[in-house]
Write a protein that binds this ligand. Structure first.
Ligand SMILES: Nc1ncnc2c1ncn2[C@@H]1O[C@H](COP(=O)(O)OP(=O)(O)OP(=O)(O)O)[C@@H](O)[C@H]1O
Length: 433
């Protein structure tokens, strides 16, 4: 997980410096400072977009799922960074603008959705239904993962349509005044773009589908007993889901560290004396009584459940931590930085989401190439009198396996002669023969 750190200074000097002051260091990929636009250090929205937004777009074009989320104390600049203001638009509208401005040599379409999680309930921010406040159910697909049932999808074909949807959703989002912020977002908002590309790869029609999740989290804040009941309930639900997010991030970071230490031990094992280290590594991998991977409680909150893949699965994920370095915000700033430092340790395993049939065809083609070169070298050797019976036997085995694949393919429910697998598997066996 890549990590970026945004400072929104309030331009105030808080004076008193504690003599017991200690230095705490955190290491992040980028650090931005935005207090005074006239200052040379000022990080503009465009600069943040060039560093982060462009990598979101390039990841999605390559076929990866990408998630970008902003986390931080209330009033520290999450919504400003993710959405922006009319005069200074943020990452989400910039991503939408560029996405539709790029001339495409491929046929592309983009269904978008926009939801908010308010008091642990999911609401469609773009619903065309009368009952807009109705809460939607989260369900889990065995392969595609968690999703929101009946969430409206809006196919957009140009930048204006995407910006209109974004504006509509932002207007429908729930905000309220808190001590730190007059228009504080009281819900977590997720804007998703399903990015499908129909491409021609090696003369084969193919489809790559990736999902971009742009998440603006509600701000964390300490409970104030003077707030009305609604505000207190909102605050406790926001804090509950952010605490769960913290637990999920810690568990994932711990698991990632454990996996990497297992890998390094395994590599030492394969290089060195396997007998002693080998037994150590197997206990770490969780087989017996050694350290086990932590349970990750994704389903303890709707937010972590919906972001399951983005946090610890098939996604390139970027976290933006927004902080105010005012002395009065010391505890929140420190907690945000610690949260972010944990997140940086998570290692996801993103993969290109290509069509399963196309992947199979590509793999079979690679197999054909491999067998062709084997056959060629076999024929070259055949010119010499010492022919190896073993190799002959191996090739016969492969031919037999391919025949079996062809037989299995004949049981394919589709018409066998029109099924691309059958064509390629048969070609494969022909080449070998
Ligand atoms: N870098 C910045 N430059 C100029 N103004 C900023 C910057 N960051 C935030 N602001 C302004 O500060 C105020 C609070 O910011 P914002 O709404 O983004 O906070 P937030 O973290 O989303 O708060 P909440 O969690 O309560 O919704 C807004 O008026 C916003 O325009």
């Amino acid at each position: 997980m890549a990590l970026f750190f945004c400072l929104k200074l309030d331009g105030r000097s808080d004076g008193a410096v504690d003599s017991r002051e200690k230095l705490l260091e955190f290491c992040f990929d980028y650090c931005y400072w935005s207090v005074d636009a006239a200052d040379a250090r000022y990080a503009s929205q465009e600069e943040v977009f060039q560093d982060l937004g462009v990598s979101v777009l390039s990841g999605a074009s390559e076929g990866y799922n990408v998630c970008l989320f902003a986390y931080g104390q209330t009033g520290s600049g999450k919504t400003y960074t993710m959405m922006g203001t009319p005069d200074s638009i943020g990452l989400t509208p910039r991503i939408c603008q560029v996405r539709w401005r790029i001339p495409q040599d491929t046929l592309s379409f983009y269904p978008c959705s926009f939801l908010e999680i308010y008091n642990e309930r999911v609401r469609d921010l773009l619903s065309r239904e009368q009952k807009k406040r109705v809460s939607l159910r989260v369900r889990e697909h065995p392969e595609k993962g968690p999703y929101v049932e009946d969430l409206s999808q809006h196919v957009v074909t140009d930048c204006k349509q995407a910006m209109d949807l974004l504006e509509e959703g932002i207007t429908n989002r729930i905000t309220a005044a808190t001590h730190n912020h007059d228009a504080s977002s009281r819900s977590h908002a997720i804007f998703s773009i399903q990015y499908s590309q129909a491409i021609l790869e090696n003369n084969l029609p193919s489809e790559i589908v990736s999902k971009i999740n742009l998440v603006d989290l509600a701000g964390s804040e300490r409970a104030d007993p003077n707030y009305c009941r609604d505000r207190l309930t909102e605050g406790s639900n926001i804090n509950k889901s952010l605490v769960t997010l913290g637990i999920v991030i810690s568990a994932l970071a711990q698991n990632s560290q454990m996996s990497s230490s297992c890998q390094s031990i395994n590599s030492v094992t394969s290089e060195g004396d396997g007998s002693t280290l080998g037994s150590h590594s197997s206990s770490l991998s969780g087989g017996g009584g050694g350290r086990r991977h932590c349970f990750v409680p994704y389903r303890d909150s709707v937010l972590t459940w919906l972001l399951k893949d983005s946090l610890g699965g098939n996604s390139k994920t970027i976290m933006i931590a927004t902080v105010s370095p005012a002395t009065s915000s010391y505890n929140e700033t420190l907690s945000t930085l610690r949260y972010a430092a944990h997140a940086k340790n998570i290692v996801n395993k993103p993969r290109v989401n290509e069509d399963a049939n196309v992947r199979l065809i590509r793999e079979l083609r690679e197999e054909i190439d491999r067998l062709k070169s084997m056959l060629l070298s076999f024929e070259m050797r055949n010119l010499s009198p010492s022919l190896s019976d073993d190799r002959d036997g191996n090739l016969s085995d492969i031919v037999l396996q391919n025949e079996l694949k062809v037989t299995a393919d004949d049981t394919c429910p589709r018409n066998a002669s029109s099924c691309p697998h059958s064509i390629f598997i048969k070609c494969l066996s022909l080449f070998v023969k």
